[in-house]
Design a protein around this ligand. Sequence first.
Ligand code: DQA
Length: 151
Amino acid sequence: MPGDKPSVLVLDGPNLGALGRREPGVYGPGSHDDLVRSIEAWAVELGMSVETAQHDDEGGMIGAIWRASGRLDALIVNPGGYSHGSIAIQDAMQGFDGPVIEVHLSQVMAREPERRVLVTARAADALICGAGPAGYRLAMELARDMITKRS
Ligand code: DQA
C-alpha cells in the first residue's frame, strides 16, 4: 500500500521481548533484537517494507493492529500466550484489512494440550509454527505473494 513495496507489520506479543532469556531450549538462544534485525534484513532481500512491534499487553497489540489496518498491506503476528485465549485479539485480526499470517516459534501442536487451542488462528489466513525464527521469513515470503495476488 504505502510506496510501491509490499508492506507488513510484524507484531509480537507478550514475553517475546524476553527471547534469549526465556526458555532458550524451547524458543532458541537469540534475543528479540536479533529477531528484529533478521526481519529487517529479510525485508531488504525480499523487497518489502517492514514495521516491527512488540507488546506485552493485549490493548497494545490491538491498538497496533488497528493502526496498521488500511495503512500496511499485511499483518504477521505472533500473539504469544494470548493465542490460546484472546477473543479480543482474534477480533482485531479479523478486522485487519489484508492478509493475516500467524507465526509461532515453537511447534505448539506438540506441546501442552492448552497450547493446541489457537483461538487467534481462527482469524489467520495462514499459520506457521515450529520453524523457529525462520518461520517469520516464511511468513514474509507468503505475505508478499498474497499481497501481489490481491493487487
Ligand atoms: C509462542 C507459543 C505460545 O504458546 C507461548 O505462550 C509464547 C510463544 C511461540 O512463538 O512458540 O509466548 O507463541
